[in-house]
Design a binder for this molecule. Sequence first.
Ligand SMILES: [Zn+2]
Length: 196
Amino acid sequence: MKEWRESELHYLAYVRCTSCKGTGVRRRVREELVPCRCALRAMFRACFERFRLCHERGKFKQPAAFDRAPTGKTNRGTWGRKEEEFQADFELVAKRTLDPWHHRLFRWYFLLGADWRLCARRLRIDRGNLYHAVYRIEERLGFAFGTLEPYALYPPRDYFALHFRQVSLAAPGVGTPNFAPPRPREPKPVAPLRPC
Ligand SMILES: [Zn+2]
């Protein structure tokens, strides 16, 4: 279970939020923080911005890179394409988290960039209800992205620097890359001196 940090929620909060007064904390349950909706929406928007950035890079995406995390067959790491993985995770988490009605709106409004008028007409709802639904989507996905385990999508910076975090948080001896010790160099043979 993710433990929210007060400073992080404070940073994400909407300053004029009437629920949390700009603190990002809605309430506390047994000393645990419950994030405010404004902070969850900010988490979603940060992930969505990164998703759009990955999409707009088109063919100029980063090449496959070696991720030195304790994964893979040899426990030394795996090759992967981080930007494509982030985009796939973004869409799959949304599909898993949202019900069919909200997921349809998510695809039209966020992924396909449809106008609110078009979405409202297709879903047969008015503008107010449409934006309420959009806010619900942002809140649910913000929570899902922030609490996803083992690799949370929020913050995207940590997702793309996963290998550093995984290696540093691993318990000693567990999940540590199992590199073979370097072999000692053998001295080069020296040619015998010829007598003059
Ligand atoms: Zn708030």
